[in-house]
Write a protein that binds this ligand. Structure first.
Ligand SMILES: [Fe+2]
Length: 236
């Protein structure tokens, strides 16, 4: 059996979330803006930070990465290299790198044994802005994330949970799962499962009867899954 990897979440700036993924000995920082917190945590746990990577190149995600890599003596792997190598090995576990364009062209998610680190592609409760304007690519990226097992834990690039649930409620006022989702929310450790997301995140619910009814009421196209996605992106 392979080793197990753990995740530690680090909040920085206003609502950014970065991560240290680590095993018994080695770690990889993803969006390492919380430089000193990450270094302190790694030192306390005798974790050698081997890699520093980014979910995408927006400055609030890349800030601190060079400094962290330098202080830790780690390799900073750029997104083009991550895409071509498609995985990163850490303490005997392969972390899979998936290209998920939409928010940006270079957006990546990191996946291994039950965990997904999603950057600004998928948030807890919502999705990222489609800054590329390529809604089709974003749809394909989100559809790909929907294909992961329901129990997959989602760790995102920002904490937008409260605003996201306010929007979700405006779309589906009758959805009782939104209240349950907010009860579980803890800003000190922000995560959800893909199953939770499928219950409340409007942008993952474009194939549900509830969302189709909402879109129809607004006179928006609902014939195909892609049309429903497009319609939903219009009202967000
Ligand atoms: Fe971003």
């Amino acid at each position: 059996m392979g080793n197990q990897l753990h995740v530690r979440q680090f909040r920085y700036a206003t609502d950014n979330l970065g991560y240290l993924v680590y095993g018994d000995r080695a770690g990889m920082a993803i969006d390492g803006g919380a430089v000193s917190d990450i270094l302190d945590f790694a030192a306390a746990g005798k974790i050698k930070i081997r890699y520093v990577v980014n979910t995408h190149m927006h400055p609030d995600h890349t800030m601190g990465s060079r400094s962290l890599a330098r202080h830790a003596g780690a390799e900073h792997i750029d997104n083009a290299s991550l895409r071509s190598q498609a995985q990163v090995e850490l303490d005997g576990v392969d972390i899979q790198v998936h290209h998920t364009p939409g928010h940006t062209r270079d957006s990546l998610v990191f996946h291994w044994a039950g965990y997904l680190i999603t950057g600004d592609t998928l948030f807890n409760g919502t999705v990222g802005n489609c800054f590329t304007g390529d809604l089709k690519a974003f749809y394909e990226s989100i559809s790909h994330l929907l294909s992961f097992p329901d129990e997959t834990i989602i760790y995102a690039g920002h904490d937008y949970v409260v605003d996201a649930m306010r929007f979700a409620r405006s779309i589906e006022p009758e959805n009782a799962d939104i209240g349950r989702y907010l009860e579980k929310y803890d800003p000190r450790h922000v995560f959800s499962s893909l199953a939770d997301e499928k219950k409340v995140n409007p942008y993952l619910r474009f194939n549900t009867a509830e969302l189709v009814a909402v879109l129809k009421k607004r006179g928006l196209a609902t014939d195909t899954a892609y049309q429903r996605w497009n319609s939903l992106m219009k009202i967000g």
